[in-house]
Design a binder for this molecule. Structure first.
Ligand code: SOE
Length: 379
């Protein structure tokens, strides 16, 4: 029996759209225990909240997030606002007994993330953080291949997330979308925005990161602030690279920047094991590259696996073999997994606790960059 699940969305930007689309589509493709009902959307500007509600079919809208949290009819609150307001809203949601889906990174810093974990765990509410790339079928397949032991002992994990949209000094800090350049709203730059994705996937694939050594740079030191209209110093990291040691003894190498001309969202990873290697590229997200040294030498080489067959993660829910899916579907998978787990009283990762671990790695990388010292991480 499908039960209605009333959704309250806070934030109507880019992520508000991806999540709304996912709630709409998930029940058409997955046999879910719940039927998401788009109940209310909340955003700062009334006319935009109203327009968003009309476009996506929300029954109501508000400009006050507390109304969403205090509304007894709302079952799940979906937090898609800038990072600096995640904690206050999520803690209030936990106290009100709501299930919570929160955008990444979980918080501005580890201390805040820890408070959020304490709140959801004390309240016992279902919680999930939207590190969506875990749910690209090829990325999930990589996890399956690693867990099956096909790679053998893992030696190396390297990941990059490269963009180029902030090279111009005219890009402001603060305001819609560009809040990501304002340290007060974002907490950090590419470390929290982009590397957090890579770290979440890496620790899911390859276990915890024990120690990091990082380096950051802010190439454009001052930018106009969209809210104050003044030129202000920039507090975020524009680029960050770090090395790390995983608990399983493998070495990690991560890079992220918004200054890699020609790359819009090039998230890639490569994992090298004793027997086999895996590589993946967000610009070709439905393919997984796989090399297996155990193949006969005369046919040994990198295979490009087209991840569209029905026995591959999530793909039995979509079209027919050979027909691929894309970015938006990662959010649909997230909704499906979250609701299925919720119904069974189980957790679907990444939970707030998983995201706290990612936050610890991000903070350690930033501390390392400031101090020029390796940082050990305890969980
Ligand atoms: C902007 O840098 C951004 O939209 C990130 O905030 C997302 O998390 C990433 O998936 C794509 O780039």
């Amino acid at each position: 029996m499908t039960k209605p699940l009333n959704v309250g969305l806070i934030g109507y930007g880019f992520m508000g759209r991806t999540h709304s689309n996912a709630y709409r589509k998930a029940p058409h493709f997955f046999d879910l225990p719940y039927e998401p009902v788009l109940k209310t959307v909340c955003g700062l500007e009334e006319d935009q909240a109203k327009a968003f509600a009309q476009k996506w079919g929300y029954e109501s809208y508000t400009t006050n997030w507390k109304e969403v949290v205090e509304d007894d009819k709302i079952d799940i609150v979906d937090i898609c606002v800038p990072n600096n307001v995640h904690a206050e809203i999520a803690i209030a949601c936990a106290k009100a007994g709501k299930a919570i889906c929160c955008e990444k990174p979980l918080a501005l810093n580890v201390a805040q993330a820890q408070e959020m974990v304490d709140a959801v765990e004390a309240a016992g509410v279902p919680n999930l953080v939207s590190f969506n790339y875990r749910r690209v079928p090829a990325v999930t397949l990589a996890k399956q291949l690693i867990d099956e032991g096909r790679l053998g002992r893992i030696f190396h994990y390297r990941a990059n997330f490269l963009q180029d949209w902030t090279i111009s000094t005219d890009v402001p800090q603060g305001g819609d979308a560009t809040w990501r350049l304002d340290v007060k709203a974002a907490g950090s730059g590419v470390t929290g925005d982009l590397l957090a994705h890579c770290i979440d996937t890496a620790m899911w694939h390859n276990g915890q990161i024990d120690a990091v050594c990082g380096m950051t740079e802010t190439f454009v030191k001052e930018r106009m602030h969209a809210e104050t209209g003044k030129v202000e110093s920039v507090g975020i990291d524009d680029a960050c690279t770090f090395f790390c040691r995983f608990g399983n003894g493998s070495l990690g190498n991560f890079e992220s920047t918004r200054y890699a001309r020609g790359h819009k969202a090039l998230y890639t990873f490569e994992i090298n094991g004793e027997h086999a290697s895996i590589a993946w590229d967000l610009h070709d997200l439905h393919r997984l590259s796989y090399f297996d040294h155990r193949d006969d030498s005369i046919v040994r080489g990198w295979r490009s696996v087209h991840v569209t067959d029905g026995d591959m993660p999530y793909m039995d829910k979509w079209w027919v073999p050979g027909l691929q899916i894309g970015y938006e579907h990662t959010f649909v998978h997230q909704v499906a997994d979250f609701l299925e787990a919720m119904d069974k009283g189980e957790t679907a990762g990444p939970t707030f606790r998983d995201a706290l671990a990612t936050q610890k790695v991000c903070e350690a990388v930033l501390t390392s960059a400031k101090t020029s010292q390796w940082q050990n991480i305890t969980y």
